[in-house]
Each structure stands twice: as structure tokens, then as C-alpha cells.
Ligand binder design. Structure first.
Ligand SMILES: *Cc1c(COP(=O)(O)O)cnc(C)c1O
Length: 468
């Protein structure tokens, strides 16, 4: 898969897709440089639409956490606000106020304390939010380390996280020259091993990241236990360590489905949390959030001022200009659904995941790794893999024939001999669709069992990608 494009990615194409009933049909339109002349809007629309035709139906994409459905009213509102620039606080003060409301709503869901000066911002997604959270930790660490007389040049600072981390943390560490101290996941520990995490702490640790919803397996790190151990550690040292929670998926899910779970600002050492509005915040891709429990944890150097109604307003972001429409979509969802609305939507999503897990377990072929009890993901591996005539990759291919995109991929380092398949359940994957899916899954297995498969000699894991 290519992610950066250039000359080597040009494909030869000598003809144009036919466009019905238009003379443009006979023109050659170049793909890699601008055509000399313009085409009519209808033609441009049709061509691009056609180009995208075979890409599959997003709602059957069971690989992604990102939203693939919004209500028509939300879509209207978002299309009507596309031109608003999020950074122009002065020109769009109402929009700025909506962002402010969203931050407060989210901080409230995460039990930020009135006694503390919580502070936060919208972002493009969790990746930007994690970058900001990580930078705040790094700057805070540096100040403290210098004060305590640590030679900060002697070693790279480090960040502690389980090996189930999302790639944004690897980027953060590369960009900011930080050692990523991975705590390996093991067969019986498919989330952060909190004891090992504490053992890895030293004077150069900028923080520990707990993940509320490991992307690979859907399991939550035990943040409460982590907080207890951090507290114990901090009691006996000046080199205090703190926790950032990467709640990209769980941050707007757990508060509704498991309100009793303690993972957020109720825990003393959790200083910042991020989430993706476009995951269980139910918005189309392009919005995330980060909140600090108190402005003390956000070093002043990282805050910049933009003009706002003749005055100045502090902002913190890596990007400058971008559309406010996603953030407005988030605010729409908060207004539209309220607490109970979110709760019932997520509860249904949870129920669908549990149903799928039961059905998949009932089939004799699979062993569940995640049963949808935390994040609504179902992960499973093949039972007796060696004796199977087909692999999970074959099954993915079969399901694709019916339009379902279900990824198969190896677990992270240490466990990478283990291939799993994962289904992410989202709000637009209803129980009816789940029934249809199970039927298609059973049919696909039957076909595989009866088909004549040709095997390669080497049974090593193929290099299939997965980035969500
Ligand atoms: C999805 C995800 C991210 C990245 O989020 P984006 O909003 O796609 O940038 C980071 N961490 C975790 C745990 C995730 O699941």
C-alpha cells in the first residue's frame, strides 16, 4: 500500500471513462496534469462518482472505528458550515462558543473537577490530540527534571505504553526524540501489564499512557490499578510520574455503557485524556478532543494566542486552518442525543457485538479473544490453526465477495505469530445486519470447507496491513 504519492504512482490510461450522453465522452481527460479546458459540473461529478464506484460500501467496512453514518440533518448542517474556519475565533465567535461547550460537556463526562481549572481543545483526531498530550508531558517533565538536577542531556526521555499502542504514539516519539518504552502484551495479558509499566519508570519518564480500548483487541488497560501503583511510586520520590489516557475509542463510549468504570479524572494521577469524536462520538472523520484536568499540566510555551473579538484567545493546535463543520457535527450530536440518546445507541451497539461474539463462538472454528464486553469489538482466532484447510485471510476474501470488509492481521510484537480477525461494531451496524452477516459468515465457511484450496509450501504470515 502506498501512502505518499508521486511520479512512480502514475498509471497509464489512454482513454477516458465513458460519460453518458455528453460530448465530453470523446475527450481525453488527463489524470496527472490539469486538462486545458474545464468540463461541466455534471460531468465532473459523474466522473468522480464513477471512479469511486468499486470502492465498497463504507457501512460494510467492519475494519474501522470511524463513523460511516450520520443523520441527514447533521449532514445538512455540516455541509452548510464547511466554509467556517475553526481558527477564526473572531470571525466565528458562535462557532468558537460551540467548541467551548463541547469541551465542557466532555470534561463533565470525564468527571473533571470544578475545583480544578480543566482546559481542552478540539483537534483533527486523536493523533493530533495525543501529540498535544505528549508534548505537554514532555515539557512538564523537562521543567521538573531540570529543577531536580537531572542531567537531561544524558539520556533520551521515555514514554511507557503497552505494545498494543496505536501508531500515533510511535510518531510522537519519533518526532519528539523520545524513547518509546513498550511493555509487551502476552497471551494472558492483552492489555497493559501495569506492574511491568511501573518497573519501567525512571527519572527520564515523561509519563505512562493507558489505553482505553486497545485498537487490536478492544480491551481496556486497567487504569485504576495503574493509578494506584503510580500513587505508590510517587509517594516515595520527587520524580513524579503521571498518566495520559488514550481514550480514542473508549472516551465517548465507556461513560455511557459502563458509567461505573473508574478510568478518568476521578483518578488523581490521570492528568490528560484524548478521544476521537469520529469514533464513538458519532461524527464523520475529522474531529478529536484533548482535555487536561488542570491548566497547570499544560505548559505555557505550548499555548499560542490568536485574535478574538479584538482581544486575544489562547489556542493549542498543530494545524491552523481547517473547517469547523466536524466540530459542529459533534455539537449537533450532543444536542440531539443527550446522555440517554448516546447511552441507548451505544447499548444497542454493545448488544450487537455480544450477539456476534456468541454466534462466532458457537461455530466450532473459532476461539474468541475479545467478546465485545468492553469496546464493541469481536476478535477471534482459528481453533487448531495447523489442521485447518483455510486461513482467516481466505475467510476475509470470501466475505469480501458479499461486500463485507473484515480484516485479518497478526497481533503486535511478541504475539505476531497469532493471526486474528476483528469486527468493529458501530452504531449503524444494526441487529438485522448482524443476522445477515452471520448467515454470510456461515455460508463462507461452508464454501471454504468444501472448496479445493491450493497451498503455498511456506506457512509463514503474509504481510497484510492494518492501520486502524
Ligand atoms: C484510532 C486511535 C488513535 C488515532 O486516532 P485518530 O482519531 O484516527 O487520529 C489513537 N489511539 C487509539 C487507541 C486509537 O484507537
Amino acid at each position: 500500500m502506498v501512502m505518499l504519492y508521486g511520479k512512480k504512482n502514475k498509471r497509464e490510461a489512454k482513454y477516458l471513462e465513458p460519460i453518458f450522453g455528453s460530448k465530453d465522452e470523446d475527450e481525453i481527460l488527463p489524470s496527472y496534469h490539469l486538462a486545458k479546458q474545464s468540463v461541466e459540473p455534471r460531468i465532473a461529478y459523474q466522473m468522480i462518482k464513477d471512479d469511486l464506484l468499486d470502492e465498497g460500501n463504507s457501512r460494510l467496512n467492519l475494519a474501522t472505528f470511524c463513523q460511516t453514518y450520520m443523520e441527514p440533518e447533521a449532514i445538512t448542517l455540516m455541509s452548510e458550515t464547511l466554509e467556517k474556519n475553526m481558527i477564526d475565533k473572531s470571525e466565528y465567535p458562535r462557532t468558537a462558543e460551540m467548541e467551548n461547550r463541547c469541551v465542557n460537556i466532555i470534561a463533565d463526562l470525564w468527571h473533571a473537577r470544578e475545583a480544578e481549572k480543566y482546559i481542552g481543545t478540539s483537534t483533527i483526531g486523536s493523533s493530533e490530540a495525543c501529540m498535544l498530550g505528549g508534548m505537554a508531558m514532555k515539557f512538564t517533565w523537562r521543567k521538573r527534571a531540570e529543577k531536580l538536577g537531572v542531567d537531561i542531556q544524558a539520556k533520551k526521555p521515555n514514554l511507557i505504553i503497552s505494545s498494543g499502542y496505536q501508531v500515533c504514539w510511535e510518531k510522537f516519539c519519533v518526532y519528539w526524540d523520545i524513547e518509546l518504552r513498550e511493555i509487551p502484551m502476552t497471551e494472558d495479558h492483552l492489555s497493559l501489564d501495569v506492574e511491568k509499566a511501573i518497573e519501567a519508570v525512571d527519572e527520564y519518564t515523561i509519563g505512562i499512557v493507558g489505553i482505553l480500548g486497545i485498537t487490536y483487541t478492544g480491551q481496556y488497560d486497567d487504569i485504576k490499578r495503574l493509578d494506584q501503583l503510580v500513587e505508590k511510586y510517587n509517594q516515595q520520590t520527587e520524580h513524579k510520574v503521571s498518566i495520559h489516557v488514550d481514550a480514542a475509542s473508549g472516551g465517548l463510549y465507556a461513560p455511557f455503557v459502563e458509567p461505573e468504570l473508574v478510568w478518568d479524572f476521578q483518578l488523581k494521577n490521570v492528568i490528560s485524556i484524548n478521544t476521537s469524536g469520529h469514533k464513538y462520538g458519532l461524527v464523520y472523520p475529522g474531529v478529536g478532543w484533548v482535555v487536561w484536568r488542570d491548566e497547570n499540566y499544560l505548559p505555557k510555551e505550548l499555548v499560542f494566542n490568536v485574535s478574538y473579538l479584538g482581544g486575544e484567545m489562547p489556542t493549542m493546535a498543530i494545524n491552523f486552518s481547517h473547517s469547523a463543520s466536524q466540530m459542529i457535527g459533534q455539537y449537533y450530536n450532543f444536542v440531539r442525543f443527550g446522555f440517554e440518546g448516546f447511552q441507548s445507541i451505544h447499548q444497542r451497539t454493545h448488544d450487537v457485538a455480544i450477539y456476534l461474539a456468541k454466534e462466532i463462538e458457537a461455530s466450532r472454528h473459532f476461539e474468541l479473544i475479545n467478546d465485545g464486553n468492553q469496546l464493541p469489538l469481536v476478535c477471534y482466532k482459528l481453533k487448531n490453526e495447523q489442521d485447518q484447510k483455510w486461513t482467516l485471510y481466505d475467510l476475509s476474501d470470501r466475505l469480501l465477495m458479499k461486500g463485507w470488509q473484515v480484516p485479518s492481521y497478526p497481533l503486535p510484537k511478541n504475539l505476531d505469530k497469532q493471526v486474528i480477525q476483528r469486527i468493529v461494531v458501530r452504531s449503524d451496524f444494526g441487529m438485522n445486519m448482524a443476522h445477515d452477516f452471520i448467515e454470510d459468515l456461515k455460508a463462507a465457511i461452508k464454501e471454504l470447507e468444501n472448496s479445493h484450496l491450493v497451498f503455498h509450501e511456506e506457512a509463514e504470515i503474509k504481510n497484510y496491513g492494518f492501520t486502524h
